[in-house]
Design a protein around this ligand. Structure first.
Ligand code: SAM
Length: 253
């Protein structure tokens, strides 16, 4: 039966690649590289570099997988995402059928950890549920959350307290009153700026673990403008940006 490895490669620094991931890299015959367009070319390059650096004397090849574009999300966000995932599933099915022999091992290299805001596992599960015979394993990776807290030298949670992991889209509805710590990902809108009137600390990081890593921390009201300006400057200079931040109520534990 075809075999697939979903390998977390860490969120930005090749040194984040774990020994378990290196062992998995050395089992794969074919690496499937979802093609996300020019904007993410630097990230694709990192995937190739990781293979070059960590794979010993072994033949392997790369296969580009076309990634369908997501429709603009209107009021039906989940419907749009579901439709998009179905089209990705079709693209994966086509690539796996064409490029992976029955006795071969394929791999997807997933940014950060495959369990965190990434749909590769969901899409492979859907493929299998729809009759595509495939065995698969998931190899965990260092996520951007771990990179963020390590760079700021802070614990993720306060003593005995929960943590909310959320998106910019959800944070726009407000920081829930019973939440002391929230980690915000996928925020293209600098949603933190809308909460500047609240008593919150922010720990922000861009390109974490990678060249150009930039971090800023402080009282949200005092550093929100600086973060917004820095983010915009970096986005323009690199042509793309990936940033994550942690918000914490100062007396939350
Ligand atoms: C599609 S999610 C993927 C998350 C990934 N699976 C992980 O474990 O970190 C992409 C979001 O992760 C965050 N992110 C990923 N890598 C990052 C990095 N090196 N620096 C800052 N944020 C990062 C950003 O919030 C970005 O919008």
């Amino acid at each position: 039966m075809r075999k697939l490895l979903i390998i977390g490669i860490g969120a930005g620094n090749p040194d984040f690649v774990t020994i378990q991931a290196i062992k998995a890299l050395n089992r794969a015959d074919v690496f499937f590289i979802p093609n996300k367009g020019a904007e993410k070319a630097e990230l694709q390059q990192l995937r190739l570099e990781i293979c070059e650096r960590f794979i010993d004397d072994r033949d392997y090849r790369f296969v580009d997988v076309p990634m369908p574009k997501r429709e603009a999300a209107g009021s039906d966000y989940l419907g749009v995402v579901r439709d998009w995932h179905e089209r990705i599933e079709a693209s994966y099915r086509e690539a796996l059928t064409r490029e992976l022999d029955e006795d071969q091992c394929g791999a997807f290299l997933v940014w950060g950890d495959p369990g965190l805001y990434d749909s590769t596992i969901r899409i492979i599960d859907a493929l299998r549920a729809n009759g595509f015979a495939l065995e698969y394993e998931v190899i965990p990776g260092i996520s951007s959350i771990q990179a963020l807290t390590a760079s700021h030298r802070i614990p993720l949670n306060m003593i005995g307290e929960p943590v909310l992991i959320t998106t910019g889209r959800k944070l726009a509805e407000g920081m829930p009153a019973d939440i002391g710590t929230a980690v915000v990902m996928l925020d293209g809108e600098q949603t933190f700026a809308r909460l500047a009137a609240e008593d919150l600390d922010i720990y922000w990081g861009a390109y974490l673990g990678a060249e150009g890593e930039t971090i800023i921390a402080g009282k949200l009201a005092e550093v929100a403008d600086e973060i917004a300006a820095t983010r915009e400057r970096l986005r323009q200079a690199h042509g793309w940006i990936m940033d994550t931040y942690l918000l914490r109520r100062p007396k939350s534990g």
